[in-house]
Design a binder for this molecule. Structure first.
Ligand code: TMP
Length: 207
């Protein structure tokens, strides 16, 4: 089973991953967690290029191709082989991030993006996508206060981040069988509980 976590910046996805992975392990499954961009040696090098404050002149098309290059690598090197072995893969971001950020955020053609994503992933789609939804002001103030490093993408204008959030809501509404929206402005323990309930509705305990 392939589970992805999505959400605007500051939605708190990353802090939720270890507890969710542990929960799935307790159900009797082998679990692998990954994150995008990155998650492989090649992907981590690409991540640095994407995030660097040195690269402020990066064209949105360059950005897409870099995200998709990192994704092609992790899908072929890690995600597909693990899924084939029956491992539950939990990814912190995946293709929907490209639709939300580069599509809705930067206004690039969604149909073209879907074609590029399909090429990069070989058509691999998540079985379950958890949308940790938070309003833009809350998300960005969490990012500014939280210890994480401020990167080039955080620096985009507020209007960009609003389009990203609205894009996520639209993607989730279009495919309700795959997406579960969780109100991530709640306490982290409540968010975790809702995530676990969503997983449990789809994954039968083995033990
Ligand atoms: P984060 O996962 O640490 O929040 O940072 C990743 C940043 O990269 C975040 O701002 C979202 C952005 N991003 C895209 O714009 N497109 C993508 O395809 C991915 C995976 C991430």
């Amino acid at each position: 089973m392939f589970i992805t976590l999505e959400g605007p910046d500051g939605s708190g996805k990353s802090i939720q991953v270890p507890a969710l992975a542990e929960f799935v392990r307790q159900l009797g499954y082998d679990v692998l967690t990954t994150r995008e961009p990155g998650g492989t040696s090649i992907g981590d090098q690409i991540r640095e290029v994407i995030m660097s404050m040195k690269n402020k002149s990066m064209n949105p098309r360059t950005e897409i191709l870099l995200f998709c290059a990192a994704r092609a690598q992790i899908v072929s090197e890690v995600i597909r082989p693990q899924l084939e072995k029956g491992v539950v893969v939990i990814s912190d971001r995946y293709a929907d991030s490209t639709l939300a950020y580069q599509g809705y955020g930067h206004g690039l053609d969604l149909k073209v993006l879907r074609g590029i994503l399909d090429f990069a992933t070989g058509g691999l789609t998540p079985d379950l996508t958890l949308l940790l939804d938070v309003d833009v002001e809350t998300g960005l103030s969490r990012r500014q206060q939280g210890g994480g490093e401020w990167n080039r993408l955080d620096d985009y204008a507020l209007a960009f981040h609003r389009r990203v959030r609205d894009g996520y809501l639209e993607l989730a509404a279009a495919e309700p069988q795959r997406w579960v929206r969780i109100d991530a402005s709640q306490a982290p323990q409540i968010v975790q509980q809702l995530m676990q309930e969503a997983v449990l509705r789809r994954l039968r305990p083995k033990v």
